[in-house]
Design a protein around this ligand. Structure first.
Ligand code: MG
Length: 252
């Protein structure tokens, strides 16, 4: 199933997307729910970020081909940082270029959407707690990254975490093509099979540090080809079996 979150002009709902039509979900997406028989055209609604995370947990340097490109050693343990929930934005929105930023980069990443409260889980059980997967862009103010010794400034501006367009459930995410296009030109082109730390390992590792809640997002690192975005650019992250996440860079 492809789950979307949308605004119909009156309220926000979750829905099941198929062939450009959405059937609203009634009840609790993370508990008991039913899919209604009503059907809305995708052009009748506004898609939103497909979930409302309490936190976005981010992994740095997690692709073998990216480590090779950067001439960096393979990390022995995951590099972990956070983005605030206020950075999250949905498909079709603007990524705002902050005035403090002199270089803003894209990073296409696979996002894991958690489906259950997850604490101290082992890798062999981790996928049971995953709701599904979506596309994300780990937008980064590159010039600010070294400035504070942490990455919080560089990673946390409003709109610096586009996610969407849908949560693809019942898919395996360990061998998916992942691409990023700027104005239609391919800039990143790899496969999730290049990940250094696997999805079950990452969930287990993180769950032994912090409780992960339903709807929380884990973004899993970017493949090679990272580069800058400029105001006016249209940026698209495309992941096989999930879809395309498109945003436009603007000055405000
Ligand atoms: Mg990243």
């Amino acid at each position: 199933m492809k789950i979307v979150r949308f605004w119909d002009g009156n309220k926000v709902s979750y829905g099941s997307l198929a062939d450009d039509f959405i059937r609203p979900i009634e009840g609790d997406l993370f508990g008991e729910y039913a899919i209604s028989n009503k059907s809305l055209g995708i052009n009748e609604i506004q898609l939103l970020a497909p979930c409302e995370p309490t936190k976005v947990i981010c992994i740095g340097l997690n692709y073998y081909d990216h480590a090779k490109e950067m001439n960096l050693p393979i990390p022995e343990e995951p590099i972990v940082f956070l983005k605030p929930s206020s950075a999250v934005t949905g498909p079709g929105t603007n990524i705002i270029y902050p005035h403090q930023c002199t270089r803003m980069d894209y990073e296409a990443e696979l996002a894991i959407i958690m489906g259950a409260v997850t604490k101290n889980i082992e890798p062999e059980d981790a996928l049971d707690n995953v709701l599904g997967y979506t596309c994300s862009n780990d937008v980064t103010a590159r010039n600010l990254q070294p400035k504070d010794g942490q990455w919080t400034l560089a990673k946390s501006f409003d709109t610096f975490c586009p996610i969407g367009p849908c949560i693809a459930t019942d898919i395996s995410a360990d061998n998916l093509s992942i691409k990023l296009m700027i104005n239609g030109e391919i800039k990143q082109n790899s496969n999730t099979s290049q990940m250094i730390f696997s999805i079950p390992f990452l969930i287990s590792y993180l769950s032994k540090i912090m409780t992960i809640f339903p709807g929380d997002v884990i973004i899993t690192g970017t493949p090679p080809g990272v580069g800058p975005m400029e105001p006016g650019d249209t940026v698209t992250v495309e992941i096989e079996n999930i879809g395309k996440l498109t945003n436009v860079v603007t000055l405000k």
